[in-house]
Design a protein around this ligand. Structure first.
Ligand code: PLP
Length: 354
């Protein structure tokens, strides 16, 4: 039986997606060729790329609103750099909510001045700063919607008169938001969309072309847009699998449908964390992430027993990130409610044993 996969990333994919993508490795589109051995310029693959790009916009409600989608390489980490190269002329504002924000800030600082409009570093990032100001003369504002490592999630986004850029690597397609408030969204596929190897970038085209520097071709959003995300050989298998996941989500009823399940999963785990005296949540309650629930054992002596029970129940990859310790349950779209039920049963069973 398959394990209950709580991995933070790369992470769980829907069984239908795994089946279809494995079939395509042997025989794609009944062409009697593998998807791994055909040209990315073949009609079969161009159709995949176009379908993936349009499904992404459709599911986010961004079709016909001046946005374009790209499937690029280099991970979200390359976006830390590309965002600054393409948008940073004088100064940018960053909200520092954890390790990934910090890495984004570090890359932007290579080019110019970066101002931290708010930070929760003083509390090891267990909350989301609020009530900060974003100066109207900055080039853009950057935030991280979900902090995968610390288990916090932005519930509200600031009213922003400058372009808003958001790293949504670990919660894209998980909840309803007014996505038109963002001008650039990026997300590494391997958390909530597909396998590692591609990064979805959604850009409102009118924010581009405003910096004076010469941008290297591979780093230039305009170059990728002008070539319909085919400037160089795209990661065909990662794009195909992402397309299958987007189709899976659409057939399920899109973001409104998956959000309901995600809310149920989160309520289940957090109520156990709060009611079971053996556990303590890490993130402050109002900022808790629906994707990554971080928690610790109050008494570390129980760790061995708990870990053994988890293993016996088939619960996998529940270890917290080394900077937080304890446990982290990553509950991305493809994780069934049943897996969270199994985890919660193990937690409450520990209470009866202890
Ligand atoms: C995983 C993650 C990243 C890094 O993604 P890579 O694709 O490994 O570069 C960046 N931001 C967030 C929020 C993440 O969860």
């Amino acid at each position: 039986m398959k394990k209950h996969n709580f991995s933070a990333g790369p992470s769980i994919l829907p069984p239908e997606v795994l089946l279809k993508s494995s079939e395509a490795i042997l025989n794609f589109n009944n062409d009697n060729l593998s998807i791994l051995e055909i040209s990315h310029r073949s009609k079969s693959f161009v159709d995949v790329m176009e379908r993936a790009r349009s499904l992404a916009l459709e599911l986010l409600g961004l079709e016909g609103k001046g946005y374009k989608a790209l499937f690029l390489q280099g991970g979200a980490s390359t976006q830390f750099l590309m965002v600054a190269l393409n948008l940073l002329e004088k100064r940018a504002g960053y909200l520092n909510t954890g390790s990934w924000s910090n890495k984004a800030i570090k890359e932007a600082k290579i080019f110019d001045d970066v101002y931290e409009v708010g930070s929760s570093e003083n509390a090891n990032y267990n909350y989301i700063p609020k009530g900060y100001d974003i100066p109207a003369d900055y080039d853009y504002f950057h935030c991280t919607s979900n902090n995968t490592i610390f288990g916090t999630q932005m519930k509200d986004f600031p009213k922003c008169s400058i372009p808003m850029v958001c790293d949504m690597s670990s919660d894209i397609f998980s909840r309803q938001l007014d996505f038109t408030q963002f001008d650039l969204i990026y997300a590494g596929a391997q958390k909530n969309l597909g396998p590692a190897g591609t990064t979805l970038v959604i850009i409102k085209e009118d924010i581009l072309g405003k910096v004076s520097r010469h941008i290297p071709s591979m780093m230039d959003y305009k170059v990728h847009l002008s070539k319909s995300s085919m400037f160089n050989t795209p990661p065909v298998f990662a794009v195909y699998t992402s397309m299958l996941t987007l189709e899976w989500l659409k057939n399920l009823g899109g973001i409104p449908a998956i959000e309901k399940v995600n809310d149920l999963k989160a309520r289940l785990i957090y109520s156990e964390i709060d009611l079971n005296p053996l556990f303590k949540g890490f993130a402050s309650k109002e900022d808790r992430s629906n994707m990554n629930a971080t928690f610790n054992l109050v008494n570390d002596d129980l760790k061995e027993t708990f870990d053994t029970m988890l293993k016996e129940a088939g619960v996998d990859s529940l270890n917290g990130h080394r900077s937080v310790g304890g446990y982290r349950a990553s509950m991305y779209n493809a994780l069934p409610l049943e897996s969270v039920q199994v985890l919660v049963e193990v937690m409450s069973e520990l209470e009866t044993k202890a």
